[in-house]
Design a protein around this ligand. Sequence first.
Ligand SMILES: Cc1cc2nc3c(=O)[nH]c(=O)nc-3n(C[C@H](O)[C@H](O)[C@H](O)COP(=O)(O)OP(=O)(O)OC[C@H]3O[C@@H](n4cnc5c(N)ncnc54)[C@H](O)[C@@H]3O)c2cc1C
Length: 377
Amino acid sequence: MNFRVNIVGAGMSGLALAHGLHRLGIEVAVFERDPFPGARAQGYRIQLDAPGLDGLRRCLPPELYESCLATAASPPPRVTVLDQHLKVLADRAVSERARSGMITSLAFDRATLRQLLLAGLPADVHYGAQFATYDQLPDGRIAAHFADGRIVAGDLLVGADGVNSAVRRKLLPEAEIEDAGLRLIYGKIPLPDPAAHAVPDWVFESIFTVVKGAGGTHMGVGPVRNYVACLVGATTDHPCMPSFAEMRRLDGPNLRDLAHRIIGTGHHPDIDRILGSWDTATLIPLRISTSGAVRQWDCHGVTLVGDAVHAMSPVLAMGANTALRDAGELTLAISAALESGTSPHDAVRRYETGMLEYSSALVAASRRTGQERVGQR
Ligand SMILES: Cc1cc2nc3c(=O)[nH]c(=O)nc-3n(C[C@H](O)[C@H](O)[C@H](O)COP(=O)(O)OP(=O)(O)OC[C@H]3O[C@@H](n4cnc5c(N)ncnc54)[C@H](O)[C@@H]3O)c2cc1C
């Protein structure tokens, strides 16, 4: 069938979807705003559980899926919450399937995973292609317009362009993105390291550990293959928290000093040991956003996947999981339409109905957990 798909955004969901559609024999191209892969630090550790791993498996050729798995770490599949004196407040297995030993939750390095998805992708990926807007042509196809004046037409335009999605802004101008009221300082502790003994053993006993601090602050640590991802977070009304614009102007050592001021004093000495072993060159500030309610749209030819339609705070580590699930579900829906000779646009609509149902529940659950655990708005 002659069906061309243009995907905006070469993040996790856009690349996985491009693989899935390419394997169906569909002509697909990806348009990415960044000038080249790795142009900016996008984050470090990504935990994938059943939804994300299933989505990835649906989209990728089996050998590429196995190559991705081979890069991941598999720390014990439990999430632990400690108080600032390291007393256990909660300790839970990350999923039923993990509990029954059927599947492990895995900790990937985001950059490595993205590199693998890109290297193995036979479809065209265009860099320096900032999507601006789209319009519908008289024959029903969608013409995507880019900042450099390029116009590319296709039967389906997919917005996989993340939380500030320009595709969503055009499709659903009323959809709101809310500031979750949380700011993070995020970086890596390299392993092995001359100071590796600075990372205490308890860090490796869970796939992710949250240490709740005084005044609504928290520290999160999660082991990956050759580093430990470590973040410090607090609410925007914390007395030491500068504006996000100011945070973005701070260099690594100043971000580390800010993290120390935010975390304060009176905690277990392990916390200072961990923060002292951060590689300051890797530190980045992050602002956390969450999607408001999204209604189903009525535009044949344009759809959304991932954070573009359901940004959620990272407390449940479900954002990328759900983005990859979307890629898998959309691939499956279009595949079924091709096999039965029915309309792919109807299949896309069925994907949207299902996706909005499961993702709105996860956005709400992430918000609730964020409010309980880390003071999210
Ligand atoms: C600290 C932190 C930790 C997290 N940990 C986890 C975790 O462990 N597990 C998990 O499941 N989720 C996690 N998440 C969430 C996860 O990072 C996101 O949900 C995921 O990256 C969404 O993928 P995406 O493909 O939808 O969007 P993105 O990864 O944001 O990709 C969007 C792409 O679109 C491009 N783009 C944007 N605008 C345009 C434009 N106009 N034109 C062209 N291209 C454009 C961007 O450059 C980018 O490459 C975490 C988030 C944070 C902040």
